[in-house]
Design a protein. Structure first.
Length: 348
């Protein structure tokens, strides 16, 4: 049991340590919106004296929850994670409003993975949006490839696409794309509301999103198994496209691409990716024109793929071998996303 220190009197930031950090964590843990972590170090009853990334993320959530008291006076609209004067004033005022010592017995209930299990009535096809988008892309690609294959000088006739052909709910970006349990994730897209539900694969769900004063949506990474998930958002029965997201373990190595070769590759050629943090199985290699799931790496340092994207198939047949198509590549696996993308050229 830790007695709650009621007054924060010094500025705190990432890397700070000492009893004031523990007091900060205890105050933040009293609100489920700003909890440091659900389990382990930093969770209610397990507060620490170190200001790490989880604490910073919780402070940012606190600052954005109390924007008018904390951020507006200093001309900010987004939290910084720095515990300055106005943040301390608000924290202290909330602390003094309830001086109860935090213990495991009276802390707010901690959510477990079972709280996020998809119920029978909530089961959906999380890939429904992807299938709609893929169908439209295939129709367009077929029309273009047919025109190229016929070597006709006429312009390809692109099939008509209506609004009902694509999902009205779309995930554009998750920021960050990988994080530990308890970290706040921003979501941008269309058709999203506070009543939207986020599916982590087929088995787990976050049933509501948070919306700040400016209309920005976010969710907190739930305490479910650490893994690489396909995320989909459902709003009023409509399912979005999926986006890859990794719930990370700090003990795992970062994913890094050191180099790729060759720098110029022919259609159907082999590309070798050298780096570190590759898993034995289930690496996903994503290029501009083709995605490769389940790429193995026996040594954790090398990935090999063979490029033959459908979108360039007919062009490759009529190409002169002199045109170079700039292409990017990155890797994602259960450890996270690669810290950079690399560029190469496909020769047609």
């Amino acid at each position: 049991m830790h007695a709650l220190l009621l007054s924060l009197s010094v500025a705190l930031a990432l890397g700070s340590s000492g009893p004031q950090v523990m007091a900060l964590q205890q105050i933040l843990n009293r609100d489920s919106d700003t909890r440091i972590a659900y389990t382990g170090p930093g969770s209610p009853g397990n507060e620490t004296s170190y200001f790490g990334q989880l604490t910073k993320s919780a402070v940012i959530r606190f600052q954005e929850k109390y924007t008018s008291d904390v951020l507006t006076p200093v001309g900010l609209t987004r939290g910084t994670g720095y515990v300055g004067l106005y943040t301390r004033i608000k924290l202290n005022s909330l602390s003094l409003s309830n001086t109860t010592t935090i213990t495991a017995a009276n802390a707010a209930p901690i959510a477990s993975s079972t709280d996020y299990l998809v119920k029978a009535s909530e089961k959906i096809d999380i890939y429904a949006g992807d299938k709609m988008i893929a169908n439209v892309q295939n129709r367009i690609l077929t029309a273009i490839n047919s025109a190229i294959a016929s070597q006709s000088t006429a312009t390809a006739t692109i099939p008509a696409i209506t609004l009902s052909d694509v999902p009205s709910v779309v995930i554009k970006e998750l920021s960050p794309r990988s994080a530990a349990v308890g970290v706040k994730i921003s979501v941008t897209g269309t058709g999203i509301s506070s009543n939207s539900a986020i599916y982590f694969g087929n088995n787990y769900i976050v049933r509501t999103l948070s919306q700040d004063f400016f209309g920005n949506f976010s969710f907190t990474v739930p305490s479910i198994p650490l893994a690489l998930y396909d995320l989909a958002i459902q709003t009023s029965g409509i399912v979005s496209n999926t986006a890859a997201f990794v719930i990370t373990d700090p003990k795992n190595p970062p994913v890094h691409i050191q180099s790729i070769y060759p720098a110029v590759i022919a259609y159907g050629g082999t590309l070798t990716i050298a780096g570190s943090g590759f898993t034995p199985q289930n690496n996903i290699v994503v290029t501009t024109y083709q995605k490769f799931p389940n790429v193995p790496s026996a040594d954790g340092k090398t990935l090999i793929i063979q490029l033959s994207p459908d979108s360039l198939r007919e062009l490759a047949k009529v190409g002169r071998g002199t045109d170079k198509i700039p292409t990017s590549v990155y890797v994602v696996n259960e450890y996270g996303f690669s810290d950079s993308e690399k560029l190469f050229n496909i020769k047609l």
